[in-house]
Design a protein around this ligand. Structure first.
Ligand code: SIN
Length: 526
């Protein structure tokens, strides 16, 4: 794997210096920017497209926090560990659940309007939660509300500058110290250097490496890939969560049908119209996500077909439409009524549990480099993330990074970098490469894996090794290179883990094995 995507000499590039640099403008990036601005006066956020073009903006179900009268951080902790299938980091999870409620309070002070009933939060349930603990906004538009609040908070903040259409190309690292980034200004079509003693990766996950995904088109693994190329450790890359209920209608996008729909009573039916989840788990439709995905796949294998059905027809139709206005509106565009129709659903790639390995303060093995949100892997999601813990993760660990970075004293390193020798990339059909990669990942590295399938994918990737000698001068090729790097990490680690655990299901190793109660951490020799 090559170190850089492009040829450059930093001395020849426009250079901007700032104290605190953040890549990405979802909940993790913007909350970190907001918090950092209390201590630094020149915080810069680079984001690949528009500030609101994020996975956060699409989040529906909500944000989990132990704020209900019958709840506690201890119960939230237990549920997170149970869903995580033996691989959650206890200390990081404790931080998540204990510090989470105060961070949510802060969001509310910033203007977030979570739904209430009789003056109290109208909490919902999702899979594997033993309590109602999910806060939501405008019914099923929680992410849009959080994005609205944080976007306006940073836009109004004179200490934060947001630069849209700036694509992270590579990290600039010397002697294990990160001193800045190389970015592509997509409007002026030029490379730029951003120098900063503190660099935070909050670029989201990598859902676009799969053909069927709930993630927006921007989610191409850029931060994880750049960090790995620069020598950062990555952990748990084999664990990719598939969401069980994603609209499966030919010609329609893979639109998420929130788990909260099942939390409010939605049931799953097979092609014979039978409710099947209670045969697989005592929590029925609210079993952990990996269990629901496996059950759906087993039903499809037994009954044939490409989808099962989600039904709310036994519930009050008016209440359903009021509670889920966004999903109702989106489905009506395809002639479906959420309240009365059988909705065809199937699993699709949703969330990367793995990522850049971080400590309790979002710190990585490279000094000055931090990561949070889906880009990071602090171990709080283990092998299978508990529903609605991801927005909370972005808030809590964004805040921890600021706590740590305040006391970080950067070492002096040489801040000049040169990359040369990459060949011009002419005549590459990037769209075809992207489509093939997504199909390979979907078919062989999806929710069910085998050694044979994984090896076939890795052999194909070896044939693509020549692509790493090409210069990625266009955003399309940069994205493809990042997808390739991340896809290879997922396939390699999925082959190494010879067991089934959480979201990682090996048909040839169906058992969970005690000896695999450990993490796979990879670091590239630089
Ligand atoms: C959903 O609304 O089902 C998504 C929630 C999540 O992924 O945590």
């Amino acid at each position: 794997m090559g170190h850089f995507l492009v040829n450059f000499d930093t001395q020849e590039l426009e250079t901007t210096a700032c104290a605190f640099l953040i890549l990405g403008s979802g909940i993790a990036g913007l909350y970190t920017a907001h918090t950092a601005s209390r201590f630094w006066s020149d915080v810069v956020v680079l984001t690949k497209r528009g500030i609101d073009d994020t996975a956060t903006e699409r989040a529906q179900g909500g944000i989990a926090a132990a704020v209900g009268p019958s709840d506690s951080p201890a119960l939230h902790y237990e549920d997170t560990l149970t869903a995580g299938a033996g691989l959650c980091d206890a200390a990081a999870t404790r931080i998540l659940v204990t510090e989470g409620p105060a961070r949510v309070e802060e969001l509310i002070r910033l203007g977030a309007r979570f739904d209430r009933a009789n003056g109290l939060f109208d909490l919902t349930r999702e899979g594997a939660h033993t309590r109602r603990r999910i806060l939501h906004a405008a019914g099923d538009a929680t992410g849009a509300e959080i994005q609205r609040v944080l976007s306006s908070a940073v836009r109004e903040n004179p200490r934060v500058t947001v630069l849209e259409n700036h694509f992270l190309v590579d990290l600039l690292v010397k002697d294990d110290v990160c001193w800045g980034v190389l970015a592509w200004d997509a409007v002026r079509e030029k490379l730029r250097v951003f120098r900063a003693p503190v660099v935070v990766l909050a670029t989201g996950g990598a859902g676009q490496v799969y053909r069927d995904t709930t993630n927006p088109g921007v989610v191409t693994g850029d931060g994880v890939a750049a960090a790995y190329r620069a020598g950062a450790e990555v952990m748990d890359m084999e664990f990719v969560q598939f969401h069980p209920t994603v609209l499966a209608l030919r010609g329609a996008p893979r639109f998420l049908i929130s788990e909260a729909v099942r939390g409010e009573g939605g049931i799953l039916l097979n092609s014979k119209g039978e409710r099947f989840m209670l045969r697989y788990h005592h929590l029925g439709e609210l079993a952990p996500r990996d269990v629901v995905v496996r059950a759906i796949l087993q039903e499809l294998a037994a009954e044939g077909g490409e989808y099962v059905y989600l039904s709310l027809a036994h519930l009050d139709p008016q209440k359903v439409r009021e509670r889920f206005p966004t999903i109702t509106r989106r489905l009506s565009a395809y002639g479906l009524d959420l309240a009365t129709d059988l909705i065809p659903v199937a699993p699709a790639a949703h969330y990367l549990m793995g990522g850049v390995k971080t400590g309790l303060y979002g710190e990585t093995n490279l000094k000055g480099l931090y990561a949070c949100g889906e880009t990071a892997c602090a171990g709080i999601h283990g092998a299978n993330r508990l529903a609605s813990n991801s927005l909370l993760d972005g808030l809590v660990f964004g805040g921890k990074i600021v706590e740590h970075a305040r006391f970080y004293r950067p070492e002096a390193v040489e801040t000049v970098a040169v990359s040369e020798g990459l060949e011009p990339a002419e005549g590459l059909d990037v769209a075809a490469l992207r489509a093939e990669l997504k199909a390979l990942m979907q078919e062989q590295v999806g929710p069910v894996r085998t050694a044979e399938g994984l090896q076939a994918v890795l052999r194909r990737f070896e044939e693509w090794e020549y692509l790493r000698r090409k210069e990625a001068r266009t955003p399309e090729l940069m994205e493809f290179r990042n997808m390739f790097d991340v896809a290879e990490l997922i396939a390699e680690t999925a082959l190494m883990r010879t067991e089934s655990r959480g979201a990682h299901l090996r048909a040839d190793y169906p058992e969970t094995r005690e000896r695999w109660k450990r993490h796979i951490i990879l670091r590239r020799q630089v």
